[in-house]
Design a protein around this ligand. Sequence first.
Ligand code: G6P
Length: 489
Amino acid sequence: QELLHGVLPGAEVLVLSNREPYIHNRTDDGVVVQRPASGLVSALEPIMRACGGTWIAHGSGSADRDTVDAHDRIRVPEGSPAYALRRVWISEAEQDGYYYGFANEGLWPLCHIVFVRPSFRTDDWQMYQRINQRFADAVVAEARTEDPVVLVQDYHFALAPKMIRQRLPKATIISFWHIPWPNAETFSICPWRREIIEGMLGSTILGFHTQFHCNNFVECVDRFVESRIDREVQAVSLGGHETKIRAYPISIEWPPGALAGVPARDACRAEVMAKFDLAENTKVIVGVERFDYTKGIPDRMHAIDALLTRDPSWRERLVFIQVAAPTRSKLGAYSQLQSEAEDLASEINGRHAGGQSPIRLVARHYESSDVFKLFRAADVCVVSSLHDGMNLVAKEFVSCRDDNAGVLVLSSFTGAAREMSEALIVNPYDTEELAAAIKRAMTMPLDEQAERMKLMRQQVKENNVYRWAGTMLVDAARSRTRERIVALT
Ligand code: G6P
């Protein structure tokens, strides 16, 4: 609250995102609460815990309806409620069109350069418009003031900023696009490119992870929308309304709240070694993500394969633990990736049989505290995304290493690589380079590990998620003051 009220005294905060921060599911043991595997949620949740307000999101859990009040609200987190979660319901057909269809088969592959062909279907687009309107209406209904600060999140809600602006013209709308933004040539294939951009330009401030993505967006505005662009101050004016385009590199809470209950390194190591039944001096390499084709999961398995083939003496000395939370499995590209990766893991394990299996693929969701244990236990963490807006796994890994040990191997195609240059930066498409980096990581002297780790920890500590949100809120406060002055003159 200090954060918010320091810069925007008295302002009301509303967050809009597709994914909700807490999902209630019905299980054999009763109702359980789950925290979803989502970079967006891990970044925004600590902010909402600090600021309070209302978070509007899709109610997606099997017990979600049973846990809300008559207004579809629930106070979260359980035990120490800090803000309201307002759930919005959507039918299966709507979910198919808006979420699976337009958002995840259209915009997701469009914005990530991973050579999965985007699909654009008119029905999906109509559903996307309809659901954007429903959520925009929910934001307006939740607002108690005429000028709230609305934080619109991600590619699910490109149209919502304009829709909210129409009903709440005085709102300060800060939109953040959590995934990359492609160049104009790539973006031009979207049949509704103008509508998407105009929707986003309803924002007061539009944020991306990197300056590169901001530049791509401005290029798209230039090509596809009739507007005035002021390149010097990076602002676009459309229909008398101005939007500032800014880079805000997203980050994590420092130290992450869930780290508090995680034991020190030796205990984590002992637990992981026992759990995976590993010989004492095994080098532990880990990867943790959603089972997504943007993450380069098969690519790192190929690198391990190449490493073991070249130097079979590693067979008994390394293990690669990949935790991959199933995601969007209804879509062909995702179910296919999962079965291909499973086949690849057994094929590689078969090829290098004899001792302990080198690849352990765990296709399920891990809660943060288990992920953090794995990070503390590891010698190496591999983040080999083929394309990623930021990648918070890289930042979470270093946040766990208060022993200043462990090596991060990081794809150059992540936003994080621009901030964490002390990682071993690699091109994940180059199997040989990735294999060499993993080997170098496993054999890196402890003092070099410590030097690199200290610098990365310092960087993430200073540029934590409160700075991410704080900078956006300070910019929002400036805009509000300016607008008030202009209105007076
Ligand atoms: C990415 C997106 C988020 C999304 C998350 C998990 O980080 O930018 O918006 O929440 O993936 O994906 P899901 O489809 O499960 O919400």
